[in-house]
Design a binder for this molecule. Structure first.
Ligand code: ATP
Ligand code: MG
Length: 394
């Protein structure tokens, strides 16, 4: 094992007081996600190091690319901190490559090392020029940039940069409850919330027989995709049928969606309180549909004091779609199974609902008991990622 994955924390390094908490959470997340690999993981205040088996590197990279809190990583050669050893390793690495211009960038954090960074750049640059033909130094646009980080015991040498997924490690924030439908927006909202460190659980409202089991499987599949960014996700499945039928039986057609969404928020509030969450998260985007105008949001949100986080509120649909493709939820989201919001859509949903009308309509049936019943009878599935599960769906 003469190479390691060298992980840089990025945004984490701006956290002063609780820096250790962030680093430890990241460390535990990495350890957990790589539990089935033959790796040795260590950390210090600035970096994390993963020793790996060459044949597992590609799979490990696939996992690491989905761990939030990693800003950048490198596959670095690790040698003993000693000038001659560093020189011969640098040469060995470069001799295996074809290039015509290069630059050496040394960072010496071990101040007891005899040469400073600039002197080491010169030493290594001269040594490379003397040993490889037909190449020259280009400090502005080198074809090969070789980085040498000199630390007390070991020196790390690397040519590549891999972008990590950024953000904060999942688990640095407590639980948020994601309203997860089968659409494009809500999985993206869940992904963005996890990127800020939120511990995620998902809630799906279904209205069987108006919606099918295929629609549920779609949400399960989406949860599974999202779970790649964390460990497991609890998916709460709420039977929304009685409430939805009552709304359509008793309430004004154009207000049905507004009222339906208020009922969802009421149920969400109860779920948040019952399962120790702190916020509601959803995929609402300003102006996207009638229930997402600012006036609608105001009337709908009035049923709860729990903060509602809307990560995609200010994104265009096309931007959301790009993110959905990036996180690989898009293909599942566009499967045609109906959602409880789509089966009952009235022709002309109200765009600027009035609270007094809403209250009058809601007074027509006893929803409180139905809401409690929905929370009491919900079903929880614990979902984690497994490549071959549910593949029959696609
Ligand atoms: P689309 O991508 O087609 O807009 P959507 O999931 O965003 O799908 P909307 O009708 O825009 O559907 O709903 C707004 C938000 O409300 C969703 O992003 C989701 O967070 C929540 N939501 C809607 N329907 C459900 C449902 N059946 N279960 C859970 N949450 C839902
Ligand atoms: Mg939407």
């Amino acid at each position: 094992m003469d190479r390691v994955i060298l992980i840089k924390y990025g945004e984490l390094s701006t956290k002063k007081g609780n820096r250790n908490y962030f680093i430890n959470t990241l460390y535990n997340n990495i350890k957990n996600k790589l539990r089935n690999f033959d790796v040795v993981i260590s950390k210090d205040r600035a970096r994390m190091y993963i020793k790996f088996k060459n044949e597992e590197l590609d799979s490990i990279k696939g996992v690491i690319d989905k761990i939030f809190g990693i800003h950048m990583y490198h596959i670095a050669y690790i040698v003993e901190t000693n000038e001659e050893t560093i020189k011969s390793k640098v040469l060995e690495i470069l001799e295996a490559k074809t290039f015509s211009t290069f630059k050496v960038e040394t960072k010496r954090s071990d101040k007891s090392f005899s040469k400073n960074s600039q002197e080491m750049n010169n030493t290594l640059g001269g040594f490379i020029l003397r040993n490889i033909d037909n190449i020259k130094v280009d400090v502005h646009k080198p074809e090969v940039l070789i980085k040498v980080e000199i630390r007390e015991k070991n020196t790390f040498i690397y040519l590549d940069n891999y972008q990590g997924s950024g953000g904060y490690p999942v688990g640095t924030q407590p639980k948020g409850m994601l309203m997860l439908s089968g659409g494009i927006d809500s999985p993206v909202a869940g992904y963005l919330a996890m990127k800020r460190g939120v511990t995620l659980e998902a809630v799906y409202f279904e209205a069987i027989p108006h919606t099918s089991l295929n629609a549920r499987e779609k949400v399960v599949k989406l949860t599974e995709k999202l779970s790649q960014y964390t460990d497991k996700i609890n998916l709460h499945i709420v039977n929304f049928t009685p409430i939805q039928e009552a709304i359509y039986k008793y309430c004004r057609d154009d207000y049905c969606i507004t009222i339906m969404r208020r009922m969802m928020y009421r149920i969400m509030e109860m779920i948040v309180k019952t399962y120790n969450g702190y916020v509601i998260i959803n995929g609402e985007s300003i102006g996207q549909v009638a229930s997402q105008t600012l006036t609608s949001m105001n009337v709908i949100n009035a049923v709860t004091n729990i903060p509602v986080i809307r990560p995609v509120a200010c994104l265009d649909k096309l931007e959301i779609m790009d993110l959905a493709r990036k996180i690989d939820t898009y293909d599942v989201s566009i499967l045609p199974y109906e959602d409880c919001c789509t089966v009952f859509v009235p022709k002309h949903p109200v765009i600027n609902p009035k609270l007094d009308v809403v209250l009058k309509e809601e007074a027509k049936f006893n929803y409180q008991e139905m809401i409690e019943e929905a929370v009491e009878t919900l079903d929880i599935k614990v979902i984690s990622y497994n490549d071959d599960k549910y593949s029959d769906l696609l």
